[in-house]
Design a protein around this ligand. Structure first.
Ligand SMILES: Nc1ncnc2c1ncn2[C@@H]1O[C@H](COP(=O)(O)OP(=O)(O)OP(=O)(O)O)[C@@H](O)[C@H]1O
Ligand SMILES: [Mg+2]
Length: 258
């Protein structure tokens, strides 16, 4: 099989209910090795639930999920997966330094939790990648929201994952920091990392994205090239199928490619 065709993430017919509401209503989503896929959709469309189902934080009611070709329920190789959760305003509670938080992302790569030189270097490198090396000793409580987000990304990068899943990494991050993150991501992608990103708009990441999957109300509305129109269609108020789309065709192929 062509290496490019290997599915790193595969969801087939995935359904999930939360609080007795159907949130995912039969989702198919495949991310191949080396691909960068953006998951778009309005608030509440199920994006976070979809990625949380992949990492096992949400139980699914039907369908199947595979990671690196292994059923998610049997998958144990979590060091291969880096995950950056959607930011919440709640602070962690336990005081920790920037280095400690990033080092926690490296634990899965250590033997018995003992940090060796290579582990310490990976932590320092991850902090450099996101431009936070100068804040290494600071308490995370002393960081701004955007800086905190960069630390969470460094934590995911510290394990040098083959698959990086990020839930709205650009939310609440200023343009300069977005450029830093886009640069970081570009380097990861150049090194062969597979990426699944939840985004609200394509923004500075657009040139990196191979494919956009748009969710609406727990279903896949679009799976194809990332056009600017796809980004707009992800926004509330653009939840419609375009009237000029021919019957049976992909519902949204407007903008540059139409
Ligand atoms: N733990 C939960 N219990 C009950 N309902 C939930 C839970 N988590 C999410 N939901 C509901 O599931 C739906 C999808 O939520 P989800 O967080 O996946 O959306 P999203 O696409 O990530 O939205 P956003 O853009 O706001 O992050 C929403 O209607 C939400 O209220
Ligand atoms: Mg979300």
């Amino acid at each position: 099989m062509d290496a490019k065709a290997e599915a790193v993430i595969a969801l087939r017919g995935v359904r999930a209910d939360l609080g007795s509401r159907p949130v995912l209503r039969g989702i198919d989503l495949t991310v191949h090795r080396g691909e960068v896929v953006a998951l778009l959709g309005a608030n509440g469309s199920g994006k976070s639930t979809a990625v949380r189902s992949v990492i096992g934080q949400v139980a699914i009611g039907a369908g199947e999920i595979e990671l690196f070709g292994t059923d998610r329920r049997r998958f144990r190789d979590w060091a291969r997966v880096g995950y950056v959760p959607q930011r919440t305003t709640a602070a962690g509670g336990v005081p920790a330094t920037v280095t400690e938080v990033v080092a926690s992302g490296r634990l899965s790569r250590t033997r018995f939790g003992v940090f060796r030189k290579a582990d310490r270097e990976a932590v320092a490198h991850a902090l450099e990648l996101v431009g936070m090396a100068d804040r290494a000793k600071d308490n995370v409580d002393a960081l701004s929201g955007g800086q905190h987000q960069r630390v969470l990304i460094a934590r995911a990068l510290a394990a040098e994952p083959e698959l990086l899943i990020m839930d709205e990494p650009m939310a609440g991050v200023d343009l300069a920091s977005q450029e830093v993150l886009a640069h970081t991501l570009r380097e990861q992608v150049a090194a062969g990392t597979t990426v699944l990103l939840v985004l609200h708009e394509l923004g500075p990441l657009e040139p990196l994205i191979d494919r956009a999957v748009v969710l609406r109300d727990g279903c896949v509305l679009h799976d194809g090239p990332p056009t600017p129109a796809v980004g707009q269609h992800a926004l509330p108020g653009h939840d419609h199928v375009h009237p000029h789309a021919p019957a049976g065709a992909e519902p949204i192929r407007t903008g540059l490619l139409s």
